[in-house]
Ligand binder design. Structure first.
Ligand SMILES: Cc1ncc(COP(=O)(O)O)c(C=O)c1O
Length: 956
């Protein structure tokens, strides 16, 4: 491979001469020397990583096109929660293909995230309007888990309200989608709730029920009228959760209008390709009164320090997993990018457009319904939006299936001879005719034409009368010009990897290479329904097999599940396999999870969701797990110990040398070890969870393996396990996956967000074994170089035995706390054009810096210079040159609007505020679009949908 073709040199930032300069600063001759001082010898792998040879970018693109060619893209009418859709090209190109959108981080730094915050607010407004409920979150992972999240929310509401008479049953109608029922089984059984699956028409409304979940329209396509049912539930304090098809709500009375307590579902058919299962954004809407226990993130309206309107993540400090073991949800990464796309789709079409799309689908569906009836097939469902179901005997079903396959058409062949078919906006006149031709052949007739005649089978009593999308934002962007400019306008407000490094510790914001991403939208991958027969998806399965093999080799484990859609979902899944293992051995009582105090909030939140009890293990003053405390607690709980959860290298950025001993202690007391793989970027090629002694780990593919963060998702959190846990890997009701005694599904789709697995596959293929190890080398070199540049001016909180850090490190800002806060530093970095590092995790009052291997020395230096300059600014305050309540840190970030005013009363110059370093003046600068956002104001005055336009106008 010629040098110009070598991906490794594109992915890794520093070139050889920069590497030498950096090593000089560290006083070292080679990276090997650094690694020797960083990664303890006792935990190193015995042999070199052996995944694959590296591949050039052009070879990879050829390869992936060939693999894609193995997938057969038939026209799918399978439905069941996944539908064909037409992604407007303006959205595909300007969001999905645009690193300005997909490389953004979760909008915690609101001042440089107003664009995606606005778009997510549009998403919430869209969901709220369509469902008829006042408050919606900014996406969840998929419909199945969103339904499960509603159950945990309902449990909290119901059992808080009637403490003396707690209920523990959950009713799920038999015609929820099968994958939703499976996820509900997983989630309810783990926390001791009883799931009763039955017919809503014969539901007994007994007092033992927390809630009832129904599907609208149901899985067979029937538009049920649930009004009386809901009323009766209300009389009995049984909460009602509705899984609804978002597009159908344009035509049907929204569940919020007939009494639903929560409405959940998927927004996939709003322009998001099926991608063999994902990623797609799920939605969740409920009543105002539940706003404090709603799962996921909510975007809200607030004001900035100058009183201007500003958006931010509402109730930010109450994000569920931050409550650790008291959390009712572990959701962290969600599906922000896809939510943004769905919101733009709604804006682009507006009310009339969405209604027209839905109406056309309903008309076509009715036409087919009548056609089938005229040929002797009466559909099971009388009232249909987009879905028809009918029953055939076994031989007829096989005959129909064979004919459909000849015509390259997929229907859904369910249990007991039930055939289901769903239409969608991608079904054009030609597709429609092809479908009829296939049926004509089945009926033994000559082909003929059927024309939809504008009638639908939706009864008047269930037709929607209320308007939606009345906010101006849904009318302004109907032309491509306007939409393109709106997307760009929002993008310009947000800092992404397009602008500068994003050194968020524990988040690994590395390069998301274009070659890794481009194939995700190839038709062969994008247009695949997750339930097509496996032989139509050979390309996907080739990638799954290889990726599983690679991830097992990297982690030294023997099996992998690609199902979990985020790191936290991986934690949940891994812990459930541990639980299943203990139960398999008759140890039903093993339910104690030991978790270090320094763990990420999702760890204890996930443990509690599996029904485990969390026991916190303390850390010593160096940030290491306190071995004695671990020993004591393991000993104390030995009869009931289920597991320990540990992050490695630690959340403090250090390779603890006694990790093997810790694992041993847990094993000696009958527990298993779960390793949180968030910090895998420091391990690949040198050590591994399996070799250190863990039994299971998850991998955040959206950190170590190059899936972009998308502004808060998508992500993927596959788990890898050893032989002990392999039998318990999760299954799926529709596709054969998982272990021989697998737990039920943890995600709606069998292989989670399958299409983005291509990104991690590409990353590994193009770097190869040697390149992956080199990435680890540079992740560690870059972190240690930055530490060396900053350590004379700031205290570095934790270092390893030889004074080195792993791939990230913590700067302690507490020594300055009488002068400034850690937040002030984070906001001042914005004035220097940078996103703040991770703030106050894992230690309050600190920042954690993780540069990743993808940044070169020049960028690292730029960041270090900013931090050193800020240090001088702190000194100025210390010397009393500026007051505590009016200095460049306290007032940061400085917006252009603030700096360009005729009146300037601050005690420093405008230049000092805006151009603290020369390159900001000469090379251009990223400006925050709002000043410091007032979180408390926003929480006190919660507004989570687009405010009326007058509110915008008042400001101008
Ligand atoms: C250490 C650690 N564990 C778990 C998670 C949760 O991962 P996810 O956001 O993908 O659910 C994170 C996320 O930042 C993390 O840093």
């Amino acid at each position: 491979m010629s040098n110009s073709q070598n991906f490794e040199q594109r992915h890794i930032g520093p070139n050889p001469s920069q590497t030498k300069e950096m090593l000089d600063v560290l006083g070292l001759n080679s990276i090997d020397e650094l690694i020797d001082q960083t990664i303890p010898k006792g935990i190193r792998l015995d042999s070199e990583l052996d995944v694959c040879q590296s591949m050039s970018e052009s070879d990879y693109l050829r390869h992936i096109a060939e693999v894609g060619g193995l997938n057969k893209v038939y026209k799918s009418y399978i439905g069941q929660g996944y539908y064909g859709t037409l992604t407007p090209s303006v959205i595909l190109r300007n969001i999905f293909h645009n690193p300005g959108w997909y490389t953004q981080y979760t909008p915690y730094q609101a001042e440089i995230a107003q664009g995606r915050l606005e778009s997510l607010l549009n998403f919430q407004t869209m969901v709220s309007d369509l469902t008829g409920l006042p408050i919606a979150n900014a996406s969840l992972l998929d419909e199945g888990t969103a339904a499960a999240e509603s159950v945990t929310m309902f449990e909290t509401i119901r059992n808080k309200k009637r403490k003396n008479n707690p209920a523990n049953k959950v009713f799920a109608d038999q015609y929820l989608f099968e994958q939703t029922i499976s996820v509900l089984k997983t989630r309810t059984s783990a926390i001791g709730l009883e799931l009763v699956v039955g017919d809503w028409k014969s539901f007994d409304f007994s007092d033992d029920y927390i809630c009832a979940l129904i599907q609208y329209p149901d899985a067979l396509g029937e538009i049920q009228d649930y009004r009386n049912f809901t009323e009766k539930c209300k009389e009995k304090d049984i909460l009602v959760g509705v899984c609804a098809d978002i597009l159908s709500l344009a035509l049907l009375v929204p569940p919020g209008e007939w009494g639903a307590d929560a409405v959940v579902g998927s927004t996939q058919r709003f322009g998001i390709p099926m991608g063999y299962g994902g990623p797609h954004a799920a939605y969740f809407a409920t009543h105002e009164e539940h706003k404090r226990i709603i799962p996921g993130r909510i975007i809200g309206v607030s004001v900035d320090a100058q009183g201007n309107r500003a958006l931010r993540m509402a109730l930010q400090t109450r994000e569920q997993h931050i409550k650790r073991e008291k959390a009712t949800s572990n959701i962290c990464t969600a599906q922000a990018l896809l939510a943004n796309m769905a919101a733009m789709y709604a804006l682009y079409h507006g009310e009339e457009g969405i209604k027209a799309i839905a109406t056309e689908i309903a008309d076509k569906t009715t036409a087919i319904k009548n056609y089938l009836a005229s040929n002797g097939i009466a559909t099971i469902n009388e009232k249909a939006f987009d879905t028809l179901s009918f029953k055939l005997d076994a031989s007829e079903k096989e005959k129909l299936k064979a004919i459909m396959e000849q015509h390259e058409i997929n229907l859904f062949y369910g249990r007991n001879g039930v055939v289901v078919m769903s239409l969608d906006e991608s079904v054009d006149a030609e597709d429609f005719q092809k479908l009829l031709n296939a049926f004509d052949q089945y009926f033994g007739k000559n082909s003929h034409q059927v024309f939809p005649n504008g009638t639908s089978s939706i009864p008047n009593s269930l037709k929607r009368n209320s308007n939606f999308f009345e906010h101006e934002v849904f009318t302004k962007y109907r032309s491509e010009t306007n939409m393109m400019r709106y997307i760009k306008k929002l993008e310009n407000k947000d800092l992404s990897l397009m602008h500068s490094m994003i050194s968020l510790g524990s988040c690994t914001m590395k390069l998301n290479a274009a070659t890794e991403l481009i194939p995700v939208s190839y038709r062969e991958f994008a247009d695949m329904h997750p339930f097509v027969p496996n032989d139509q998806a050979k390309g996907y399965h080739f990638i799954f097999d290889k990726l599983e093999e690679f991830l097992c080799e990297i982690t030294s484990f023997s099996a992998c599940s690609l199902q979990p859609n985020s790191g936290a979902q991986g934690e949940y899944t891994g812990l459930l396999t541990i639980k299943a293992y203990h139960e398999h051995h008759g140890d039903f009582h093993r339910n104690i999870a030991l978790i270090p105090a320094s763990a990420h909030g999702t760890n204890p939140a996930s443990a509690v969701m599996t029904g485990m009890q969390v026991v916190v293990v303390s850390c010593d003053e160096k940030g290491n797990v306190d071995l004695e405390d671990l020993r004591l607690k393991a000993e104390h709980h030995r009869d009931n110990l289920a597991c320990m959860m540990i992050t490695y290298p630690s959340t403090h950025g250090v390779f603890e040398s006694r990790i093997k001993l810790m694992c041993q202690i847990v094993h000696d007391h009958g527990g298993l070890v779960y390793m949180d793989g968030a910090n895998m970027n420091a391990q690949v090629g040198y050590t591994s969870p399996g070799s250190i002694g863990a039994d299971v780990c998850h991998l955040n593919l959206h950190k170590t393996f190059a899936i972009p963060h998308g502004g808060g998702g998508p992500g993927m959190g596959p788990i890898c396990v050893n032989d002990k846990l392999k039998p318990f890997l999760p299954g799926h009701p529709i596709k054969h996956v998982g272990g021989s005694e697998g737990i039920q599904a943890v995600s709606a789709a069998p292989w989670g967000s399958a299409s983005i697995l291509l990104i991690s596959y590409a990353y590994i293929k193009m770097l190869g074994s040697a390149g992956l190890k080199e990435a680890t080398n540079y992740a560690i070199l870059n972190a240690n170089y930055m530490k060396a540049r900053l350590e004379n001016d700031y205290e570095i909180l934790y270092v390893g035995e030889e004074g080195r850090v792993a791939h990230e490190f913590i700067l302690d800002l507490r020594p300055f706390k009488s002068l400034i806060s850690a937040e002030d530093v984070a906001k001042r970095l914005i004035d220097y054009g940078f996103h703040a590092p991770t703030l106050s995790f894992p230690v309050a009052g600190t920042i954690m810096i993780e540069p990743t291997e993808s940044e070169d020395k020049a960028e690292l230096d730029r960041f270090c210079e900013a931090m050193l300059c800020i240090r001088k600014e702190i000194d100025e305050i210390a010397r009393g040159e500026y007051p505590l309540d009016s200095n460049v840190l306290f007032n940061a970030p400085h917006t252009l609007r603030r700096v360009i005013t005729d009146e300037w009363s601050l005690p420093y110059t405008r230049e000092k505020a805006a151009y603290p370093l020369e390159h900001l003046r000469t090379e251009g600068k990223f400006w925050a679009t709002v000043g410091r956002v007032d979180n408390a104001f926003g929480d006190r005055n919660l507004v989570c949908t687009c405010p009326p336009m007058e509110a915008y106008m008042e400001q101008d």
